[in-house]
Ligand binder design. Structure first.
Ligand SMILES: Cc1ncc(COP(=O)(O)O)c(C=O)c1O
Length: 507
């Protein structure tokens, strides 16, 4: 039954001509009667049928006219009052407010698209010139995408259960601005985990939860470096860390990397002030080699003597194949020189955007200030869910499963490279991490990268990670973690085609 009622005759229109408040009521609609009355009145207010200041009929009249219960009419009016469309004056009735909540100036701005803006800052220009760490074809994971773990094996149902539990029991304090260091539960869980997993110790007070390692690097570099300060960085190295150094205005001093990790001798020979060294000792990015123990000790000695910081990006330390763990620099540091950066992007999933810093006590107050100047802290719900995931033992279990899966995927990569690319692609042995390096014979790596991309396969040329001039090896980076063995084999077949096409175009 559609009841369409004109109730305007009952309005005090302040002498204005009646336009008519019409409310459509249809009990067959999904919307409740209360919502239909609310919509009808709100619509009439916004259309100007009920002008600001006009008085509304009483709830009793409204109910009678529309053939609805008085409670329904009262509830609709109360909602409109709560939202600021109506005001109730005791004894004299209910009126349309003079300033409506939706009152926005109705202007339409036509923007010119040829405005000449001032140039970017020099730092901004340098930052914009740095390419991304990996070029993607796009879409879901594909062979041989770099830097992506086995998302297909992530226990998403378990994660969803933990999210639900935490969301249902969320406290008011957890909805408020939080501690700039991050969730206390998560910091405790990380402090406990890191002691057994990485052989180092810290108190939860020293941990800052950040939105991925990248945010941590950005915070530290900005806090510790003045524009023009020198900082060591491995060459080849992690492009995103380079971006963060450039953003801080640092002068980057490249350190060559050999099979023992960063070549510390260049650092030791250098005369002149250097504030900081950024290194990836567990799994050098992109060469994948761990830094030897003597070099780690020499680097720590240098930092003490030079009064410099070491920023240790411990990324991919969790995944080792047939190689002994070497203690992280933080665990060897007796002088408080090392700031440790950890990430959950590879051990869980990258879009979680959670990582952490371990800082020495004298830096904690200034790091809090830096957090307040930035994003304060990452979303709390993700943090407390992760705290449960670690504390309940799921994290260790997941890492164990992933190590086995990555071993299997790495074998598939090696077998298929032997099978499809013998004589054209030589895989270097992989000791840690989630990608392999492969040297090309008689085919240019950049050309193979392009041919592979046109076949829907992602590889990265090693040359993309070199900063200094000079010849870089003719090699490719192949991520093997994100795809199942069969998909890696199919990807290798396509890569073999890409190499053949690149060889044809040689010269
Ligand atoms: C060297 C290095 N450090 C850290 C990370 C993790 O960064 P984030 O935590 O910002 O995802 C990566 C990811 O690829 C990396 O290659």
């Amino acid at each position: 039954v559609l009841r369409s009622r004109r109730v305007s005759d009952h309005l005090d229109r302040g002498g204005k001509a009646p336009k008519g408040l019409v409310i459509h009521i249809d009990p067959r609609l999904c919307d409740t009667l209360q919502k239909q009355v609310y919509d009808g009145i709100r619509h009439s207010i916004l259309q100007g049928v009920l002008p600001p200041g006009s008085r509304l009929v009483s709830s009793r009249t409204l109910a009678r006219e529309l053939g609805i219960s008085r409670t329904t009419a009262v509830l609709a009016l109360e909602q409109l009052i709560a939202e600021g469309y109506l005001t109730a004056h005791h004894g004299s009735g209910t009126f349309v407010t003079r300033e409506l909540p939706d009152d926005l100036p109705h202007t339409r701005v036509v923007r010119r698209n040829n405005t000449r803006h001032p140039p970017l800052s020099r730092r901004g220009q340098a930052l914009a010139a740095i390419p991304p760490a990996a070029v993607r074809v796009g879409g879901p994971p594909r062979a041989f995408r770099l830097g992506v773990p086995a998302l297909d094996l992530f226990p998403i149902n378990l994660w969803a259960q933990l999210v639900n539990q935490r969301l249902r029991s969320i406290t008011l304090a957890q909805l408020d601005y939080g501690d700039p260091r991050g969730s206390a539960d998560l910091r405790q869980a990380i402090a406990d985990h890191i002691q057994t997993a990485r052989g180092t110790q810290c108190s939860p007070e020293q941990i800052f939860i950040v939105a991925g390692a990248q945010r941590g690097l950005e915070l530290i570099f900005r806090l510790l470096l003045d524009p023009g300060d020198s900082a060591w960085m491995e060459d080849p190295g992690y492009t995103a860390a380079r971006s963060a150094l450039v953003e801080a205005g640092a002068k980057i001093l490249p350190v060559r990397v050999d099979e023992h990790g960063a070549d510390i001798s260049a650092i030791l020979r250098h005369r002149g002030d250097v504030r900081l060294a950024y290194v990836t000792p567990s799994h050098q990015f992109p060469l994948g080699v761990p830094m030897t123990l003597p070099r780690r000790l020499a680097l720590l000695e240098w930092a003490s003597a030079a009064g410099a910081w070491i920023v240790e990006d411990d990324y991919d330390s969790e995944f080792r194949y047939d190689t002994r763990a070497i203690p992280c620099l933080h665990g060897l540091d007796t002088d408080g020189r090392v700031i440790y950066v950890g990430s959950f992007s590879k051990t869980l999933f990258p879009s979680l955007r959670l990582g952490f810093l371990i800082a020495p006590p004298d830096l904690l107050e200034s790091l809090r200030a830096a957090r307040r100047a930035a994003d304060l802290h990452p979303p709390i719900l993700d943090q407390v869910v992760l705290a449960n995931f670690i504390a309940e033992g799921h994290y260790d279990r997941h890492l164990r499963r992933m190590r086995a899966a990555y071993r299997e995927r790495l074998e598939a990569l090696a077998d298929s490279a032997n099978h499809y690319c013998a004589g054209t692609l030589r895989l270097r042995s992989v000791r840690t991490g989630l990608h392999a390096l492969a040297d090309l014979e008689n085919a240019n790596a950049e050309r193979v990268f392009q041919e592979a991309a046109s076949r829907g396969v992602e590889v990265m040329p090693l040359s993309a990670y070199f900063m200094g001039a000079g010849k870089s090896p003719n090699s490719l980076l192949l991520g093997f973690a994100s795809m199942r063995p069969e998909a890696l084999r199919r990807g290798m077949q396509s890569l073999a085609d890409a190499i053949a096409a690149a060889r044809k175009k040689r010269g």
